[in-house]
Design a protein around this ligand. Structure first.
Ligand code: PEP
Ligand code: MN
Length: 362
């Protein structure tokens, strides 16, 4: 291996081991000056471990700026040379992998619109065979963990041993406060199913706006994510893509300094014994909840039998509305959110219906 190749691996390696791992840079590389200035100002914060930029942009609609293409790669090479920081770009085809590697890109990432497509992921994986480069995989745009896991498996099978995950939220129908719903429980489940695999959070694509970036980043850190990838631009309002969610490198530096960094664990016996006590309380309450749920289902079974004997339908909409309304009224003063109560009652109610259905048809 050439000295240059060895240096390149160590630069990426060094960043890869940083916790938290902080990646930042523009949504898209637009001009050489913009890439270089962003990188320099990010490096100046002293808080960033790698520079990102989109070279090929997978836009939802044609006619939007689709990236500068290969001519942007030497700009990244230059940014890397000037700052000494590794650079990361998105790849969506085998050819893009080859081009990126040809221009010494240190870290590759697979975008959300690519993770959904096993053909594309396989093509990327094939181009990665025999190469040593870290690869980050964004969650697919739809909330499907299997696709995300499948993408990681394809890349792993190609022999890549540095694989990380990026949680960037999931498409949702209609307007919500987020551009892409975080659905934190899916990221948590993905972490549970891939222990040891790095997962960083992308507040920019979750929020789609600047004012809530800090909150989402803090939440990710509180959930023990390994780092952040955040879009920054020297002139955010005039960015050629994703203008609303980008912030200046300095604003990002400030955002990072305001984050409260918590540890997953500390080495204190007092802390552990106190935590253990509170966990015991939780376990105890969970046991009680299980017992109560079991009792509730037994009564639902009885109702099912009774409805069957009297030839009445399982679902009576007015009753379901009444149950929900009661739950909201009880839950509100207890500090339980309407969203949680809806999800919880829905799960309980579905289980009741399934059991009653079995009874009806037995
Ligand atoms: C990006 O990181 O600029 C991007 C296109 O993100 P995503 O794949 O998450 O939409
Ligand atoms: Mn973007």
């Amino acid at each position: 291996m050439s000295t240059q190749a060895v240096e390149k691996i160590s630069l990426a390696q060094e960043a890869w081991e940083k916790r938290p791992l902080i990646i930042s840079g523009p949504c898209s590389a637009e001009t050489e000056e913009q890439v270089i200035e962003t990188a320099q100002r990010l490096a100046k914060t002293g808080k960033v471990n790698a520079i990102r930029a989109g070279i090929w942009k997978p836009r939802t609609r044609p006619g939007s700026f689709e990236g500068v293409g290969t001519k942007g790669l030497p700009w990244m090479q230059q940014a890397r040379k000037i700052t000494g920081l590794p650079v990361a770009v998105e790849v969506a085809t085998g050819k893009q992998v080859e081009d990126a590697l040809h221009f010494d890109v240190d870290i590759l990432w697979i975008g959300a619109r690519t993770t959904v497509n096993p053909f594309s992921v396989q093509e990327i994986a094939d181009a990665l065979k025999g190469v040593k480069v870290p690869v980050l995989i964004k969650n697919p745009i739809n909330p499907d963990l299997e696709l995300w896991i499948g993408a990681a498996e394809r890349v792993a099978k190609a022999g890549i041993d540095q694989i990380g995950l990026i949680h960037r939220g999931f498409s949702n129908y209609g307007n919500t406060e987020f551009r892409n719903a975080p659905m934190w429980h899916l990221a948590i489940e993905m972490k549970r199913r891939n222990p040891g695999m790095m997962m960083i959070n992308d507040p920019s694509h979750i929020c789609g706006r600047r004012d809530i970036l800090q909150d989402v980043a803090q939440k990710a850190i509180d959930l023990d994510f390994d780092g952040l990838i955040v879009e920054t631009h020297i002139d955010p309002d005039n960015a050629w893509s994703d203008a609303k969610q980008q912030i200046t490198p300095e604003a990002f530096g400030e955002m990072l300094s305001q984050i409260v960094w918590r540890k997953e664990d500390i080495d204190s016996a007092d802390f552990h014994s106190h935590l253990e006590k509170m966990r015991q309380q939780i376990n105890h309450l969970d046991d009680e909840l299980m017992t109560l749920l079991g009792q509730r289902m037994k009564i639902a079974d009885k109702i099912g039998q009774y409805k069957k004997d009297n030839a009445v339908t399982i679902l009576q909409t007015t009753r379901w509305n009444e149950i929900l309304e009661r739950a909201y009224q009880k839950g509100d003063p207890l500090g339980l959110s309407k969203e949680f109560i809806t999800r919880y009652m829905d799960a309980v109610h579905m289980e009741s219906i399934n059991r009653q259905n079995k009874i009806m048809n037995s």
